[in-house]
Design a binder for this molecule. Structure first.
Ligand SMILES: C[S@@+](CC[C@H](N)C(=O)[O-])C[C@H]1O[C@@H](n2cnc3c(N)ncnc32)[C@H](O)[C@@H]1O
Length: 229
């Protein structure tokens, strides 16, 4: 996919990318644990060579996969020029083992390009899709994976009720405050978090493999019957 196929994405702007690069370490308080679990799930899978990351952002998960899994190659896809540029710069040390390309997650024109993948991973992005788009993506992921290949998604889940949303939102506020205090010793970035209304968009109740505050990790192997395909 070439550089001109950039997205006109109403749910994510270049400004969001800059904010996320600057404040992600505060706004995703459990990020290290999340990345660690995804790496462990792939390592437990055995031989993992070709990994596709959907919405790789600046490449933090890809960098950990490249460090932790010997000889694996990661193709990172994202719709933000800011993110792609930073990922390419930061992960240049991995040479041919990392490639980053523009794509639009909600379109399917890129999906025929990938086959026999050992794993597809994605973190904090698939929630941007509508339900029907998610269904179509998951079906296509099944076909992009090699037999036994693994799909791992860390993401947000819609709250079951208003009460659940409030609980998740409060827990998220609390976690960002703690993170800001631990890393900076003050609440300046928490004020930024409120000003950007990040919690309004991201507070979700989660369920799944790993459940912490408002996020979860789901994993499914292509050999597993539960795909229902
Ligand atoms: C919250 S960031 C997460 C980035 C990275 N996965 C992480 O966990 O640090 C969401 C990412 O999804 C990308 N994104 C959102 N919607 C997209 C779309 N429709 N097509 C391509 N990328 C998209 C954004 O550019 C951004 O890099």
């Amino acid at each position: 996919m070439n550089e001109d196929s950039r997205t006109n994405n109403p749910s994510w702007s270049e400004e969001n990318s800059s904010d996320f690069v600057q404040y992600g370490k505060y706004f995703v308080p459990d990020r290290e644990e999340q990345i660690e679990i995804i790496c462990s799930l792939l390592l437990a899978q055995g031989r993992v060579y070709r990994v596709l990351e959907l919405c790789c952002g600046e490449g933090l998960l890809a960098a950990s996969l490249l460090e932790r899994i010997p000889n694996c190659q990661v193709i990172g896809l994202d719709g933000s020029p800011t993110m792609i540029k930073k990922a390419r710069q930061d992960l240049a040390i991995y040479g041919e083992r990392f490639r980053a390309n523009m794509f639009n997650l909600s379109q399917n024109n890129w999906r025929h390009e990938y086959h026999e993948l050992d794993a597809i991973v994605s973190s904090l992005a698939i929630h941007h899709l509508e339900d029907e788009q998610k269904r179509s993506l998951f079906e296509d992921c099944f076909h992009m994976l090699a037999p036994g290949g693994l799909l791992v998604i860390a993401d947000l889940i819609e709250p079951a009720s208003e009460e659940a949303r409030t609980l998740a939102a409060n827990a998220y506020d609390e976690a960002v405050q703690q993170r800001a205090l631990a890393l900076n010793g003050d609440l300046d970035v928490f004020e930024k978090f409120q000003q950007l209304r990040w919690n309004d968009r991201y507070a979700r109740l989660a369920e799944g493999h790993w459940l912490l505050r408002n996020r979860c990790i789901l994993a499914k192997s292509r050999s597993c019957n539960l795909w229902g395909l």
